[in-house]
Design a protein around this ligand. Structure first.
Ligand SMILES: CC(C)(COP(=O)(O)OP(=O)(O)OC[C@H]1O[C@@H](n2cnc3c(N)ncnc32)[C@H](O)[C@@H]1OP(=O)(O)O)[C@@H](O)C(=O)NCCC(=O)NCCS
Length: 190
């Protein structure tokens, strides 16, 4: 199944073109390299412990198996964020209960592209895709409480704050205070 959500700014062809689409198996290296090539400080900000990352090879094998499953049975569902045809970010859904709920993650790859409004727009479009493809009733996101960027971005994208709690929900997480945010319906795109 291929899902494309292509949205062009209302002002016409000069507007940047944002697109959220399924990440292909051939592209999973983007995600693997993003984490493996990150500094320890950056991983700490994300709440991730380097020693808990799968090796590059094991991680790729995990995706090969996971991509072979129907979407409803996937452990992870990966989306690429394209700006004018270039992949500039990515999202991933995990802890998926198909037809009910999932947790999403959000990353703009290059620091110089952050904090200019892109994340908010991609998160909204990602939510629309995830609600549709995973047939969700609700979508969660749970960043490290001290990582300001995702917390602000989720609020900006329309998520509702639920609580803050010490957790380590994924195998790569170290125990940390995390904020849980929820969307009960797909956001409206302007
Ligand atoms: C999280 C992320 C995807 C957000 O995308 P972005 O393009 O930077 O976000 P936006 O420009 O749309 O900003 C949305 C809001 O967050 C705020 N914000 C973004 N980065 C910020 C920062 N570093 N410090 C403080 N506020 C920040 C913006 O000012 C804006 O707030 P406003 O609504 O008050 O104007 C991006 O910053 C990123 O990839 N960060 C590194 C990876 C990461 O931490 N991912 C989260 C893992 S859970």
């Amino acid at each position: 199944m291929t899902v494309n959500r292509e949205l062009t700014g209302a002002s016409g062809s000069a507007a940047p073109q944002l697109r959220v689409r399924e990440m292909e198996l051939a592209e999973v290296g983007i995600r693997i390299d993003y984490f493996h090539d990150a500094s320890d400080e950056y991983l700490r900000m994300l709440g991730v412990e380097r020693a808990r990352l799968l090796s590059r090879e094991a991680w790729r094998e995990f995706y090969e198996l996971d991509f072979a499953r129907p979407v409803r049975d996937r452990e992870n569902y990966l989306l690429a964020w394209e700006l004018d045809g270039e992949v500039v970010g990515m999202s991933m859904a995990d802890h998926i209960t198909f037809g009910e709920q999932a947790f999403m993650h959000l990353h703009i790859l290059e620091p110089n592209r952050r904090r200019s409004g892109l994340g908010t727009e991609f998160v909204k479009r990602t939510a629309v895709v995830l609600f549709e493809v995973l047939e969700l009733q609700r979508l969660y996101c749970q960043p490290n409480a001290f990582n300001v960027a995702p917390n602000r971005t989720l609020q900006r994208a329309g998520f509702r704050y639920l609580f803050t709690k010490e957790m380590a929900p994924r195998p790569t997480d170290f125990p940390q205070p995390m904020t849980r945010w929820v969307l009960d319906a797909p956001p409206r795109l302007s």
